[in-house]
Design a protein around this ligand. Structure first.
Ligand code: DAK
Length: 256
C-alpha cells in the first residue's frame, strides 16, 4: 500500500503529514485508514502527548476523493463504512493541532474541524463545496461549522460553496490562529510543544470537557467538567504542579 501519510516523532509530538500532493491530499479510503491507524498508534503511545496534522503548502486536503465516489452506489457507500474511520478519529483523546495551508475543503474542512487547535496560513481557503458536485457535507460539516461560526455563515458557505479566507475563518472562530505561510507549520509545532509540557492527563480531560460543550446542555456540561476536575486530584501531576508552584520551580509532569 502506498504511503498516503508520513509520520515522524519530535520529542513528545507525533507528526502526521497527508501525502497525496498531486491530488491535493484528496482523502481516499487508504489515506483515511492509514490516518486513523496513525492517530490511534500515537494516542496509545505513552511517549507522545500531542499530535500535529498537516498537509502541504498548497493543500491541507481538498476533500474526499471525488474519483473514488463518483460511481458509487448506496450499497458501495454502505459497505465502505467510511463513518467508522471518522469515528476513530473523533475518539482520539490526545490533542491534535492542525497545520492548515491552502485548500481545506469538504472532507478536508471536516478533518480540520476534528482537530483541537487549528493554525491556518494566510493562504488557507476553507469551505464545504460539496453542493457543487451534487451532494452535501457528510462528515459533520453542517453540524461543526454551524456550531463554530453560527447559522448565517454556515448557510452561506454550505449553500453557495464559496471558500472562506483564513481571516474570515479566524474572525468567525473556526480557526485558532492565522500566520504567514512561511510559519504555519512551525507555529503548529510550537503550540504542540507547549501543550506537550503540560500535565498529559489534565490536557486530555480538558479536551474531553471542551468537546462536551457541543453535546450537552450548560448544566450537564458544568457537572461533567466538575467531575473531571475532581478526578485530577487523583493524579501525581496535580500534586507536582501545585507543589512546584509553591516551591517556585518548574513542574515536571509525568502523565500519572
Ligand atoms: N478528489 C479527487 N481529486 C481531486 C480533488 C478531490 N476532492 N480535489 C482536487 N483533485 C485533483 C484534481 O482532479 C487534479 O488532478 P489531475 O487532474 O491533475 O489528475 C489535482 O487534484 C489538482 O486539482 P486542480 O487541477 O483542480 O487544481 P486547481 O488549483 O485548479 O483547483 C480546487 C483546486 C481545490 C479548487 C479544485 O481541485 C476543486 O474544486 N477540488 C474539489 C473540491 C471539492 O469539491 N471538495 C469536496 C469533495 S466531496 C463522508 C465523509 C466525507 C465526505 C463525504 C462522506 N462519509 C463519512 C460518508 C466528504 C466529501 C467531500 O469532501
Amino acid at each position: 500500500m502506498a504511503d498516503e501519510i508520513l509520520t515522524e516523532r519530535d520529542g513528545h509530538v507525533g507528526v502526521i503529514r497527508l501525502n497525496r500532493p498531486k491530488q491535493l491530499n484528496a482523502l481516499n479510503l487508504a489515506l483515511m485508514e492509514q490516518l486513523a491507524c496513525a492517530l490511534e498508534a500515537f494516542d496509545a503511545d505513552d511517549d507522545i502527548r500531542v499530535m500535529v496534522l498537516a498537509g502541504n503548502e498548497r493543500a491541507f486536503a481538498a476533500g474526499a476523493d471525488i474519483k473514488d465516489m463518483a460511481d458509487a452506489s448506496v450499497v458501495d457507500q454502505y459497505k465502505r463504512n467510511q463513518f467508522a474511520r471518522w469515528e476513530r478519529i473523533k475518539r482520539v483523546r490526545k490533542p491534535i493541532v492542525a497545520a492548515v495551508s491552502g485548500f481545506a475543503l469538504g472532507g478536508g474542512c471536516e478533518l480540520m474541524m476534528h482537530c483541537d487547535v487549528i493554525v491556518a496560513s494566510e493562504t488557507a481557503r476553507i469551505g464545504q463545496p460539496e453542493i457543487n458536485i451534487g451532494v452535501m457535507p457528510g462528515a459533520g460539516g453542517t453540524q461543526r461549522l454551524t456550531r463554530a461560526m453560527g447559522k448565517a455563515t454556515a448557510m452561506d458557505v454550505i449553500l453557495t460553496g464559496r471558500f472562506l479566507t483564513a481571516q474570515e475563518a479566524l474572525a468567525g472562530g473556526l480557526v485558532s490562529r492565522v500566520v504567514p505561510v512561511e510559519h504555519y507549520f512551525e507555529e503548529a509545532m510550537k503550540i504542540a510543544r507547549v501543550i506537550a509540557e503540560k500535565p498529559p492527563l489534565a490536557v486530555q480531560m480538558a479536551k474531553e470537557s471542551v468537546l462536551k460543550a457541543h453535546e450537552m446542555s450548560l448544566s450537564q456540561g458544568l457537572e461533567y467538567e466538575r467531575k473531571l476536575f475532581y478526578m485530577l486530584f487523583a493524579t501525581q501531576d496535580q500534586k507536582e504542579g501545585m507543589q512546584a508552584f509553591i516551591e517556585k520551580r518548574k513542574p515536571e509532569f509525568k502523565g500519572c
